[in-house]
Design a binder for this molecule. Structure first.
Ligand SMILES: [Zn+2]
Length: 321
């Protein structure tokens, strides 16, 4: 059980402060977490995500908030995290929730709900969650990197997300793979989900690891099988691991040269593989020149709870400022 999932004292014992709802919208489910003003999780539940009908999608969010309002008779503020790009005008572009693309979710929810809402990219909110009370607590510059279905992240300074001019700062997965590594492993150039060719995400995400495993001759794309074979000393698994880690290490070296963080906090499915976490500093240092060293790398503290928690922190910070 993650710390965020631990049940705490009933709300009536938490004082009369404001409560915060954090919503984590994924391609298959929407989770709502109810937090105290001190970011303690009181309650959470989830429901399937409607991905094709926008009106159903909006009513599902409204139903979750209304349900929370009826469970907790307090005035709440709401933060939302979701995959995809939210531009500076609030318009969403999301491959995982196609019905939301081109919509202004905040404006549409505000038309119906009388509460204050903010929205952010889920991977960036993972970084924020780990920076504030998570594995990056106590460090000034925290980079949060997800390695899972995709490869994305965000950068925080003093517990605040660094957004950059357009809100995209931290997208390490869409930096181009080193030409040296493409040549070294004779890798074909893969088209990334973003439309560009040769992005790191196509190689270092979970599907990227599966692809490399097959590229080296495995008969399966199953990453669980890969880890089993790696532990057994299988040659194909070892070659896959070396190539994968070289690519992942190079991608982290690029983000280190860009952001120079004090710590990198890693989450997502691939971060659960012990060998990846343990050997990452070695592979990162291979791609850094003399005088630059890999910073501390730690596994995420909040894991799967970081979506709702990061969304709640984003909203709380706007409210506090
Ligand atoms: Zn890309």
């Amino acid at each position: 059980m993650t710390p965020a999932a631990q049940k705490i004292a009933p709300l009536e014992e938490q004082g009369n402060g404001q409560i915060i709802y954090g919503l984590d919208i994924g391609g298959t489910k929407i989770e709502i977490g109810v937090f105290t003003d001190e970011l303690q999780l009181i309650d959470s539940w989830r429901t399937p995500t409607p991905t094709t009908s926008y009106s159903e999608f909006v009513s599902t969010i409204i139903n979750l908030i209304n349900e929370a309002n009826s469970r907790y008779e307090k005035k709440a503020i709401v933060g939302i995290g979701m995959p995809g790009i939210i531009d500076k005008n609030g318009l969403v572009k999301s491959a995982n929730v196609p019905c939301s693309t081109g919509k202004n979710i905040i404006a549409d929810l505000n038309d119906i709900l009388n509460c204050s809402i903010s929205i952010g990219n889920d991977c960036r909110l993972f970084a924020l969650s780990e920076s504030v009370g998570g594995a990056g607590e106590g460090y000034k510059r925290v980079y949060g990197a997800i390695i899972g279905t995709g490869a994305a992240g965000g950068f925080c300074i003093d517990g605040q997300l660094y957004n950059g001019r357009s809100g995209f700062a931290g997208e390490y997965g869409h930096l181009p793979v080193s030409a040296f590594l493409i040549d070294k492993y004779k890798l074909p150039l893969k088209t990334c989900g973003c439309g560009l060719i040769g992005c790191y995400e196509a190689y270092v995400s979970g599907p990227g690891l599966s692809w490399i495993y097959q590229h080296f001759g495995a008969q399966t794309t199953d990453t669980f099988h890969f880890v089993q074979r790696l532990n057994a000393g299988d040659e194909i698994a070892k070659a896959t691991f070396n190539c994968y880690m070289d690519l992942l290490g190079a991608s982290f070296a690029s983000l280190i040269l860009s952001y120079d963080p004090d710590i990198i906090v890693v989450g997502g499915g691939i971060s659960k593989i012990d060998q990846v976490i343990e050997s990452l500093p070695f592979y990162v240092n291979k791609h850094l020149f003399t005088g630059v060293e890999c910073p501390l790398i730690k596994r995420a503290k909040y894991g799967d709870s970081s979506g709702v928690r990061g969304a709640a922190i984003l909203r709380k910070q706007l409210s506090d400022s």
